[in-house]
Ligand binder design. Structure first.
Ligand code: UD1
Length: 420
């Protein structure tokens, strides 16, 4: 198994090119199940989660040719509708195939994903909405077994909670359903917006894109003419590297980024004392002389993203004063706290709230990555710790960050990938 060794870094300097968004790519790849002809998706990140979903589509019979930053997917050859446990257990987002497979083939089986490091993460809202659309769903022997005896029909869906993959799943199912589906309390994340935009360019009428109220006019089974397209830049990867600039007090520039998607993150960094030079597709961070403590509450987009909570927690250990970070979305998303404490961070956890007293000098030691974003928080901490930090179980990191160590090495970080 690989691990990362991080040596203390003075300052970083240079530019980092941001990859395509993992969380946008996943629903967009699942969406190709609705396509009439093969589609090429560009600006895809080279990360394990994307390969996992492509492997799942290949197992279903699709042809997926991955080359560098793009994939050519032909789903016309799909001859299987069961997403088996061996794949789903490694990536919960596999549930994204449920809506499109059911809409196209009228039946689908997807393994229940099982436990997750950051919380329970139920999928009840996906299933309830599909039932409202006419699906019959049974849970048997660890599998969701869904059929549509009379096809899927449009209806009025009100999500009790805002769910990102839930919204994506239902938008995809509704695209091929008969009639109009409305979704109230829909997710407004840029990744959902891109999915809706591509569907809208492919023959589905969708009103309210980017709002909490979507109206989808289904094609009644008619497959979609999806043109080739590029995935939007990864706002979470971008936010993570902005934190790398902030924590090491370095000026770094991000390219191929969409500043509009980073509003809440930039505004928190500004509150901490950093400034920025922005252009259409670049962000340059100018570090704070002295970082101020912050108060953060994670919420759905456009508020502060839960996927940036761990990185800001690491940052808060280097800010002057007491920072308060409240996690509202996932009940167990503080696993990185005990690892940061082992490095000397002064953090008190009380339910969903972490109180971080800074600034503390962190010391390098052996730490364990527990989930994707927690892993990047440990990398940030390692950059400013004294001595060496060895981060184990970095397979979590490889799920979502493309070439993290070479991107950081290129701007001056001393970081190596080694074998246990
Ligand atoms: C997506 C992102 C993930 C991000 C999260 C929140 C992908 C592949 N993953 O995850 O990186 O951290 O959004 O921004 O895009 N919930 C239910 N029932 C459901 C569905 C969700 O109770 O059926 C709850 C969840 O437990 C959680 C909240 O709703 O508390 C939000 O979850 P959701 O938006 O669905 O997260 P994901 O789509 O899994």
């Amino acid at each position: 198994m690989d691990y990362l060794k991080i040596y203390p870094t003075q300052t970083l300097n240079g530019a980092i090119e941001i990859s395509g968004a993992k969380n946008a790519s996943l629903p967009l790849i699942a969406m190709t199940i609705l396509a009439k002809e093969a589609v090429t998706i560009g600006n895809l990140p080279d990360v394990v989660d994307i390969k996992t979903l492509l492997k799942l589509l290949s197992k279903l019979g699709a042809s997926c040719k991955f080359s560098k930053k793009s994939v050519h997917v032909d789903t016309s050859t799909i001859n299987e509708t069961k997403a088996t446990y061996d794949i789903v257990k490694t990536m919960r987002a596999s549930i994204l195939v449920l809506g499109p497979i059911l809409a196209r083939f009228g039946h689908c089986e997807v393994s229940l994903p099982g436990g997750c490091a950051i919380g329970q993460r139920p999928i009840d809202l996906h299933l309830k909405a599909l039932e409202q659309m006419g699906a019959e769903i049974d849970i048997k022997a660890g599998y969701i077994q869904a059929t549509t005896p009379n096809g899927l029909h449009g209806c009025e869906i009100i999500f009790d909670k805002i769910t990102v993959t839930g919204t994506a799943n239902i938008v995809m199912a509704a695209s091929l359903a008969k009639g109009v589906t409305t979704i109230t309390n829909a997710a407004r994340e840029p990744e959902v917006v891109q999915l809706c935009e591509i569907l809208a360019q492919s023959g589905v009428i969708i009103n309210g894109i980017g709002t909490a109220m979507l109206e989808i006019h289904g094609t009644d089974g008619k497959l979609l003419n999806i043109k080739d397209f590029d995935v939007i830049p990864d706002r979470i990867e971008a936010g993570t590297y902005l934190c790398a600039g902030a924590i090491t007090k370095s000026e770094i520039t991000l390219t191929n980024v969409e500043p509009k998607h980073l509003g809440a993150v930039l505004s928190k960094l500004e509150e901490m004392g950093h400034t920025f030079t922005l252009s259409k597709n670049t962000i340059c961070i100018h570090p704070a002389k002295e970082m101020k403590a912050i108060k953060i509450i994670t919420q759905e987009y456009p508020a502060f993203p839960t996927d940036m909570q761990a990185q800001f927690l690491a940052l808060a250990t280097q800010a002057e004063g007491v920072s308060i970070i409240e996690e509202k979305l996932f009940e167990n998303r503080f696993m990185h706290v005990s690892e940061l404490q082992r490095m000397g961070a002064d953090i008190t956890l009380n339910g969903h709230t972490a109180t971080v007293s800074g600034r503390t000098q962190l010391s390098g030691t052996d730490v364990m990555a527990t989930d994707l974003r927690a892993s990047s928080a440990l990398v940030l901490a390692g950059l400013v710790a004294t001595g060496e930090t060895d981060i184990h179980r970095i397979y979590h990191l490889d799920r979502g960050y493309e070439a993290l160590e070479s991107k950081l090495q290129n701007i001056g970080a001393k970081i190596e990938r080694l074998k246990e």
